[in-house]
Design a protein around this ligand. Sequence first.
Ligand code: NFE
Ligand code: MG
Length: 567
Amino acid sequence: MAKRITIDPITRIEGHLRIDCEIDGGKVKKAWASGQMWRGVEQILLGRDPRDAWSITQRICGVCTTVHAITSVRAIENALDMEIPLNAQYIRNLILTAHAIHDHIVHFYHLSALDWVDVTSALKADPVKTAQLAEGLSSWTGNSRHEFAKVKERLTGFVGTGQLGIFTNGYWGHPAMKLPPEVNLLATTHYLQALEVQRKASKIVAVLGSKSPHIQNIAVGGVSNPIDFDSQSSLTMERLLAVKGWIDELADFVKNVYLVDVAAIGAYYADWTAIGKGVTEYLAVPDLPLDTKGTQFALPGGYIKDGDLATFKAIKSFGDAFFRDGVEESVKHAWYKGGKGALHPFKGETDPDYTDFQDNGKYSWVKSPTFYGKPAQVGPLARVLAMVAAEHAPTVKYVNQTLDTVSSLAKTKVPVAALHSTIGRHAARAVSCAVQVDLLAQQWQMLIDNLAKGDHKTFNRPTFPKGEVTGVGFHEAPRGALSHWVVLKDGKISNYQCVVPTTWNAAPRNENEAIGPYEASLLDTPVADPERPLEVLRTVHSFDPCLACAVHVLDTDQNEVVKVQVL
Ligand code: NFE
Ligand code: MG
């Protein structure tokens, strides 16, 4: 008989997500993803000055704050058909890329690695053997037997006192945990080292953006960083050189630790390359504009149908009609008033209508976006597949390098197709991070070279026309394609819709009853013990959910909207 499980809340994510699964014969046969929280952003923007929207929209989330700020100004600049000074593009690109690297490191080590790594098994590891294993994989100087012995001693201390601290609530000893003790010790050591490394990426965001989280240097038309090398309040060479130092440290960790660990874990869990495939329509937007108009990008993006890279169609600019005309959102199964069918975001409505959880009716606060009528998976996997399809040489290099390492450790040839999976999403995130860390260095050099030419311009003043104009801004955020859609009337916001990465991936069933990426990827996932559904968490975590972003409307009366049931 089928057994129903409810996991509510899913932990080690941002926001409140409930997942329900029907399990039969040890596998998931039906799944529901439900956004269980409300936020208040699209509505409170109405009637406001568009120059304030970036500051308000970045409060959508405490994790991907920079992304909403910059996507917002891009939408308004697109509506005004503005050009942005090169320095502003580079400074924004540096912030976005440093933020993405931060996000990916934290996601892999601190939010998802413990689904695969058994910390308590690390106590059985031999630090000398761990060092031998590590040295065979990479030249990272943090991989010494002394370091491994120290970490093992710390863990033994935790366990001896019965207090695992941050490691308390893991599925330790679960039958789906497969790593040998030495690999568990290696990964646990890197978990702790990553806590230190992620700070460097945050420092870059803070120095360039004045603050992290929630940067303060953004304006419609550019950035507000003063560039005047005689002034200490300026972006001085001293600060820029500090940024370069942190970029180099990040590059060392991402290439010699993160990428290697993902390959090692992928090799030991090679069976997970056949689990978690789900929706194989992939959408990624281009990013890191290199010109003042936003028509050339360092990272290509586009759309792939049915997992077939040959179908790739590029998105070429912020104004590209292929992207602009393709997006709609349905609320048929979401807690909003509907009845008008799926709506284009310029016509989007966000009018709450809570019903309780109905298996076949409304069951989530997340809307269902579609691209030309179909659900699409977004995120690092979509990004990497799009870049491979676009023959982006650095991406192809890191994909091949990662697959080669996995293949040699697993002693079997692992093809690119293995990426369409739960473990593939982790591999793609690491590949993306390696590409981004190289781009971070490039963007830094481009900024320095441009400043050296004497161009110190950072801002073009916007002018707002009478009448109605529309704009779309997008950004390839850590969790995938993010877009803000704005309608301006006489210089004020008359509609504002955010279509966010987690909205795409956590979408409930849509207008045509098609299931979204989380739901689709859970189908046929094996579950050894329904009381401890670790395998479900593995697949859900591989997307890196952020429900704060996915649902961003507000109950102004503060009514109770949901009861949380913790199982
Ligand atoms: Ni709140 Fe986000 C990212 C955005 S998520 S974390 O990346 O936008 O859907
Ligand atoms: Mg929205």
